[in-house]
Ligand binder design. Sequence first.
Ligand code: ADP
Ligand code: MG
Length: 377
Amino acid sequence: MRGGSKSIRTEDKHLIEVQNLTKVYGSKTAVENVSFKIRNGRIYGLLGPNGAGKSTTMNIMTGCLSPTEGTVLINGYDICDQPIEAKRQIGYLPEQPPLFTDMTPAEYLTFVAEAKGVSDELIDRQVKEAMTVTDILSVKDRLIRNLSKGYRQRVGIAQALIGNPPVLIFDEPTVGLDPKQIIEIRTLIKRLGESHTVILSSHILSEVQAVCDRIIIINQGKIVADELTENITRVVESNRRFQLKICGPQKEVLAALKSKPGILHAELLSGRDGDAYTFLIESEVGVDVRKSLFYTLAEKNWPLIGMEALGMSLEDIFVAIVDQTESSGRYGYERKGGQRAPRRVRAEHEVAKTITEKKKGAAEEEFSALFSDDDEK
Ligand code: ADP
Ligand code: MG
């Protein structure tokens, strides 16, 4: 069951609509004309570097901060005009969760339930449910101050679950956790995504890739991409860039790589492994050079002893997308000092172009079709 209060607009395809949001702090524009839509029952990632405007956006969406301009509709309720109804739809884990560290999780969650207006007869059940889902029953009577960061974060998530809101918003939920805790929290978020619409923010590309169905990329207060994760993953993991270790005369090998059809760029990297040299190659879009490369090298009698696919980092994606959007003038981004983008990301520009071109509209229908089956859930 999704939420206590019935949606007033169940026919709406979008659970959340963020429209032309702008937030100005003094002379600083933290968020500028941001719009996106969130559909029911998915996990969304708001991805961007520090200072991009993720927390500002989330704080406005959850009614913790008022926008300078723009509107946020949650399940049809305006967060500014109907804050009580709108907030009832949302469970929020802010960047700094407001935990009362002198309370135990059980006490704290009971307090939160009361504050959220959960009726007395439901409080115990809801608190127990939230503790069960987040797996904190074993620490429920310890002081929060004595819990590990991982457990504290679970308490923060449990707090968001109280009141059974259909939407969960988590601001950088894995920040400061160790690798094991990160995996546990990601698993928990994925599980919550089976029964909730979840929006999480992160500055880590691989994190949103691992958890989210759709990724909204924000940079310098503006949305630069809004795309299905699989499409971004295709870009990131496209078999386009490889690090090769080849035993053979370095100059000749490099020349052979450079002249090979399908290879856009080849360079020698530092780092020797015995008699093998390390090269970086970048292939044309849609060309998988691996097999033919193997035969070419075998023919020359140059053993290939290593081939590692190099993904794109978040930084690469930004350079690519920003470069693309900059040249099309859509986002008015100015590159610092007029530097050129590094050569190694040149090929990604084309892929970024497909992302940004898709944004221009044609793909909207395509994406809608993917979602339409389960919108009525
Ligand atoms: P993120 O969460 O993506 O790291 P934030 O939304 O916290 O980014 O911040 C976006 C920008 O707004 C940053 O440049 C930040 O310094 C600025 N900012 C955030 N809060 C305030 C504030 N209260 N006063 C002035 N500037 C702020
Ligand atoms: Mg933040």
